[in-house]
Design a protein around this ligand. Structure first.
Ligand SMILES: [Fe+2]
Length: 335
């Protein structure tokens, strides 16, 4: 891929190098780029080294680099991928500008950014830490909005180890997948997708307030320990309320993700039709996301097996939703 003003770049170069857009270049430290830079020599149809990473640039070099970038002649090697992607993890909106990223790279960078944002917010649930998390969730929904099939990229990358951040990622992806599946053929508004995604991602944030020794304890919990865990849906909601975030999806996902159709859930022990659609999706996303991850007290289950177990539990989980998930995983529609 190339910019419209750029020269014809041979395909083999495209495989080993990224062509840098202006947005990406301007996000680097201007006088000390963190990656090696290459320029395209049209006459020889090849790339030649221009600037070594960490090198201090003169004003003239900064101008030269900028001009090469504008004409589509500036490249970075894929061997610098880890530095380049680390950079994008911290400024995720850049992935939307970079048509050179392959889809799996885009997904991997997005996952790392989201988990990093979640962990920071779990540690410090305040507005300045929330804002970049919100921004990155909007990048995630934009990625899906451009092409809904990209949800498969993320479904193939569900995480098989448990941590609060990884679990939040799994809940986000499975929740979004279910929502897109339910709304297939219907009219899903962008705003609804944005809100639901944020709600699925943060529904368990109250767990950050539960002592770690309870969360990491192998085996079953004592009654007084369980009493603490039961508080976390309400804590999730309260954390968001403190930030003046109070919309239906957020309340439903956080307060209802442990409610069950037969009334055996918590905290309110509501039943069947009392549980919202977002709440039902949130419940499956949370349970499924946990079942497929290795936790202190349980091995990771196979994706298809976990989905089938949920589908067999129609007393507690919405059968239509679990049916979608089980069918998709059985036919590997998502993998
Ligand atoms: Fe939870």
């Amino acid at each position: 891929m190339m910019t419209s003003s750029g020269p014809a770049v041979p395909a083999n170069i495209d495989e080993e190098y990224y062509q840098i857009s202006e947005e990406i270049l301007s996000s680097f430290p201007k006088f000390r780029p963190p990656v090696d830079l290459f320029r395209f020599k049209e006459a020889a149809l090849t790339l030649v080294p221009l600037i070594r990473k960490g090198q201090r640039l003169t004003n003239e070099q900064v101008e030269e680099v900028h001009a090469l970038c504008l004409s589509g002649d500036l490249f970075v090697s894929r061997s610098d991928h880890s530095i380049y992607s680390e950079h994008m993890v911290k400024q995720l909106d850049l992935v939307l500008q970079d048509s050179n990223l392959k889809e799996p790279e885009l997904a991997d960078i997005c996952i790392r950014a989201l988990i990093m944002r979640y962990e920071a917010f779990a540690e410090q649930p305040v507005r300045p830490v929330f804002d970049p998390l919100y921004k990155d969730i909007m990048v995630y929904t934009e990625i899906l909005w451009q092409d809904r099939h990209r949800i498969k990229l993320f479904m193939r990358r569900l995480l098989r180890e448990y941590s609060l951040g990884k679990h939040a990622f799994n809940s986000l992806i499975v929740g979004t997948w279910l929502l897109l599946r339910v709304m297939e053929g219907g009219e899903l508004r962008r705003r609804d997708l944005d809100r639901a995604a944020l709600a699925f991602f943060l529904q368990d944030i109250g767990m950050a307030k539960i002592p770690a020794f309870i969360l990491n304890k192998p085996g079953s919990l004592k009654a007084e320990e369980f009493d603490k865990v039961v508080l976390h849906p309400t804590l999730s909601y309260k954390i968001m309320q403190k930030l003046d975030l109070a919309f239906d999806e957020l309340a439903q996902a956080s307060l209802e993700h442990h409610e069950r159709l037969d009334g055996t859930g918590y905290p309110q022990k509501i039943k069947a039709s009392q549980i919202s659609r977002i709440g039902r999706i949130a419940a499956i996303a949370d349970s499924f996301g946990a079942m497929i991850a290795k936790r202190p007290h349980a091995e990771a289950k196979d994706l298809s097996q976990a989905a089938q177990e949920l589908a067999a539990d129609q007393k507690r989980y919405d059968g239509q939703l679990t049916g979608y998930l089980a069918a998709a995983l059985l036919t590997e529609n998502v993998g």
